[in-house]
Design a protein around this ligand. Structure first.
Ligand code: ADP
Ligand code: MG
Length: 233
């Protein structure tokens, strides 16, 4: 599903350059649930943003579902992003003046799906995350965990092949974090490929494979026995 080879990325700042990713080799098969661990500043978000086609590497190769991701024009890149990738962020990134239903329906609008079908689909995804009764509520009327579940429904709405989550539990208390991880595990149980960036070992333990990033390199990549999140709630 994902294959990267010898990926390098530097940020240029004036005459200085910060070498953040120093030759990353990594692949993810369909259906995996992988966590990317590492201390703050180790390059986790940089790597995830490149995988999410939000940023480009300086060198190395990236292949997503058989498609080489390189020098794509913005229109084609946007089409691949919509088709292949769903995003979940620490800060939810919901639109504050749109209710839960309309937030979930938004990606479907950009896909050109008609209003009636958008509403039906968005409602089905809200039901899936247990928030059908909250469809008409604005983000500021929802708890943190509810907001993240709306964001997960939104990420699923375009039926992406891969979900990319950057510190999805970073703004949540432990109990709520485990509830969100339970949802992520259920979505993965259905076969969807998911990558989760986290610096919390208990969250990483709820995935099936832990990739450790340090000083711009992968220092460890281990399959683990997944802890089910509900055991912790
Ligand atoms: P992590 O997500 O693991 O905390 P990041 O990938 O966000 O790490 O950042 C890695 C390093 O790159 C940090 O030192 C950060 O300050 C730097 N960095 C990230 N984004 C930029 C940018 N757009 N411009 C310059 N430096 C950046
Ligand atoms: Mg980060």
């Amino acid at each position: 599903m994902i294959e990267i080879k010898d990926l390098h990325k530097s940020y240029k700042m004036g005459s200085n350059s910060l070498h953040v990713l120093k030759g990353i080799n990594f692949s993810v098969a369909e259906g995996e649930l992988v966590s990317i661990m590492g201390s703050s500043g180790s390059g986790k978000s940089t790597l995830l943003n490149i995988l999410g086609m939000l940023d480009e590497a300086d060198s190395g190769s990236y292949t997503l579902d058989g498609v080489p991701i390189k020098n794509l024009n913005e229109k084609i890149a946007a089409r691949y992003r919509n088709k292949f990738l769903g995003f979940i962020f620490q800060s939810f990134n919901l639109i504050s003046y749109k209710n839960a239903l309309d937030n979930v329906a938004l990606p479907l609008y950009y896909q050109g799906i008609k209003r009636g079908e958008r509403v039906d689909k968005a409602m089905a995804y809200l039901e899936k995350v247990g928030l059908a009764d909250w469809a008409g509520h604005l983000p500021n009327e929802l708890s943190g965990g509810q907001k993240q579940r709306v964001a997960i429904a939104r990420a699923l709405a375009s039926d992406p092949k891969v979900l990319l989550a950057d510190e999805p539990t970073g703004a949540l208390d432990s109990k709520t974090s485990y509830e969100v991880m339970n949802l992520i595990q259920e979505i993965n149980d259905e076969g969807r490929t998911i990558l989760v960036v986290t610096h919390e070992p208990d969250i990483a333990a709820m995935t099936k494979r832990i990739v450790n990033l340090k000083d711009g390199k992968i220092i460890q990549d281990t399959k683990v026995n997944q802890v089910r999140a509900l055991e912790n709630v």
